[in-house]
Design a protein around this ligand. Structure first.
Ligand SMILES: NC(=O)c1ccc[n+]([C@@H]2O[C@H](COP(=O)([O-])OP(=O)(O)OC[C@H]3O[C@@H](n4cnc5c(N)ncnc54)[C@H](OP(=O)(O)O)[C@@H]3O)[C@@H](O)[C@H]2O)c1
Length: 276
């Protein structure tokens, strides 16, 4: 029986005109009969929204956990939303029955200004501890979790501050606490005894799928490459039950490089070409 955790409210949402019909063109990773239920942590994330859109179109049943489920704005008969927080293990246990594949897209809320230094971060290691605990308590076996290509290119916490005009190096330095916490999360999951895939996406953009995503499993993912949320979500859905990348860290990138100055202009609302 589902426990009534004080902070946990299960909201069953029904009947939608959004993404109702299975998309025959959308390839699924598992056949109808073997499709697992997805327990999606971080349902309101940009990646989570794509997983929900594509997953429902492929006929998956999805349980989504969010701190504020109403933010999602999506209703569907195969989507059940739960209120919870990865800092609260009981709220994770309350959504799990033991047979779901758990997918986490929870991430640190990065500052709007990408050149702002990020202080100490613990969300990834706290999430790892509570997710592992909840999955072990409920009997769930498999976890696909977002990390980042940045883990492979992280700099030491005590490294020297780079020239601020070097935007890529500055981003890595400003986010060194974040990537260090992500790295420690990966270590915890790898040692947990769960089946896992550590997903290390590059810089993600909200555009239609490009089908150009490349995969690295040797820890040599090229830095600062652009992929789409749609391709990322498709990869996750295609590998919910496969053994291809099991118990590995998977770098997801493309041949398209990020232009750090152009991205900075977009975020800061400055005209193109104004930042060199
Ligand atoms: N976007 C990129 O370019 C990129 C690149 C590499 C790696 N990643 C990683 O990929 C993952 C997904 O990225 P994204 O851009 O889709 O994420 P996002 O849009 O930034 O969303 C982050 C999500 O984490 C949730 N969250 C934060 N703290 C939480 C908590 N304590 N309990 C429950 N949920 C919490 C947020 O919920 P609320 O709605 O309640 O705030 C939000 O849904 C993240 O781990 C991110 O670090 C992203």
């Amino acid at each position: 029986m589902r426990s009534i955790a004080a902070t946990t409210l299960c909201i069953v949402l029904t009947l939608s005109n959004w993404a109702c019909a299975p998309d025959p063109a959308a390839p699924g990773g598992a056949s109808e009969s073997t499709k697992p239920t997805i327990a999606l942590i971080g349902a309101t994330s940009r990646s989570g929204r794509e997983i929900i859109r594509l997953g429902l179109a492929q006929g998956y049943r999805i349980k989504g956990l969010a701190r504020t489920p109403s933010k999602l704005g999506v209703e569907h008969e195969n989507l059940t939303l739960f209120k919870g927080d990865v800092r609260d293990q009981a709220s994770l246990e309350a959504m799990l029955d033991g047979d779901e594949v758990v997918v986490s897209m929870v991430g640190y809320n990065t500052p709007v200004d990408p050149l702002a230094e990020i202080g100490e971060v613990d969300i990834y290691t706290v999430m790892a501890k509570n997710l592992i605990g909840a999955m072990q308590a409920k009997g769930n076996r498999r976890l696909l979790i977002a990390s980042s290509t940045g883990v492979e290119h992280r700099v030491a916490l005590d490294s020297e501050r780079p020239d601020p005009k070097d935007y890529s190096a500055s981003w890595r330095w400003n986010a060194r606490h974040l990537y260090n916490d992500m790295y420690l999360m990966e270590e915890m999951i790898a040692a947990s005894g769960l089946e896992y895939i550590l997903l290390r996406p590059g810089f993600m953009v909200q555009e239609p799928a490009r089908g150009d995503m490349k995969i690295d499993t040797a820890g040599a993912t090229p830095p600062a490459r652009v992929i789409t949320y749609a391709d990322f979500a498709a990869f996750i859905l295609a590998n919910l039950t496969t053994s291809d990348y099991l118990n590995r860290a998977v770098g997801l990138y493309s041949d398209t490089a990020v232009n750090p100055a152009a991205e900075l202009e977009k975020v800061l609302g400055k005209p193109p070409g104004s930042i060199q």
